[in-house]
Design a protein around this ligand. Structure first.
Ligand code: HEC
Ligand code: HEC
Length: 205
């Protein structure tokens, strides 16, 4: 502790010399540092693009508004599907709102996660046709990348995660946030079609 203080002294002296203004940025919440310090990287990957395991979401390039709402819902218990309670809740439970916002802004600023390898070129992926014809495109945008404000970007997302979330929204296991916007059209897709769409989306670059 004493060592740390000693190390910081010259910096503080320098900052003081330049006036209080130079201290301000150092005190602002640093989303990148928080993402590492709060343990998020352990599961979502250091770069937020390489999650620990299949079924865990990539977060790089995701909508900040969407992520803030999801974390709020996982904290409050409005979202309990999948791994939300076991994996996420204990980590975010004590996270301050300002820290959540700083992390979300940092993650949203990152370049989108890389896609899984696409199948060899040939006929268009059947999942692509389904994505276009089963109304998904209306809310999630071209190739799943240009969602309506506050809606999630689903391009290049982990295949198992897309599959699980789509099924959970269809079955009503996930009803938090704006899921009720999506639920009414889910009768248009069966499990096999959801699997094809998930495979297609996971390969969108
Ligand atoms: C122990 C593993 C683990 C840790 C640590 C963890 N997460 Fe998660 N996170 C998950 C899993 C798994 C999900 C998906 C939950 C589900 O199955 O529905 C998730 C979901 C999310 C979501 C919602 C994603 C979406 O597309 O809806 C956000 C945002 C998120 N995590 C952010 C964070 C942040 C920020 C931290 C650090 C403060 C963090 N996570 C720490 C495992 C973890
Ligand atoms: C009417 C708008 C709408 C339509 C149509 C729609 N969605 Fe969604 N979708 C949403 C919204 C809104 C959410 C986020 C719900 C929330 O706020 O928690 C969502 C969430 C998702 C998620 C979870 C994302 C994550 O990061 O957890 C997936 C996957 C998904 N949609 C896939 C699809 C697929 C596949 C289709 C077509 C079969 C589809 N959606 C059609 C609005 C829509």
């Amino acid at each position: 502790m004493l060592k740390t203080i000693k190390r910081q002294l010259p910096v503080l002296a320098l900052a003081a010399a330049f006036g209080a203004v130079s201290l301000a940025p150092a005190l602002a919440a640093d989303g990148k540092a928080l993402y590492a310090d709060k343990g998020c990287a352990a599961c979502h990957g250091e770069d937020a693009k390489t999650p620990l395991q299949e079924g865990f979401p990539k977060l790089a390039g995701q909508s900040a508004e969407y992520m803030i709402n999801q974390i709020k819902d996982i904290k409050s218990g409005a979202r309990t599907n999948g791994q939300s309670v076991d994996s996420m809740k204990p980590i975010v439970e004590d996270l301050a709102d300002a820290d959540v916002k700083a992390i979300a802004d940092y993650l949203a600023s990152l370049k989108e996660a890389p896609a899984a390898a696409a199948a060899p070129a040939g006929a268009p992926h059947p999942g692509k046709t389904l994505f276009l014809t089963k109304t998904c495109v209306a809310c999630h945008g071209k190739e799943g990348k240009k969602p309506l404000p506050g809606y999630p970007n689903i391009a290049g997302q982990d295949k198992a995660y897309i599959l699980a979330q789509t099924k959970d929204i269809k079955s009503g296991a996930r009803t938090n946030g704006k899921a009720n916007a999506m639920q009414p059209v889910m009768h248009l897709v069966n499990d096999d079609e959801i699997a094809q769409i998930a495979e297609y989306l996971s390969t969108v670059k």
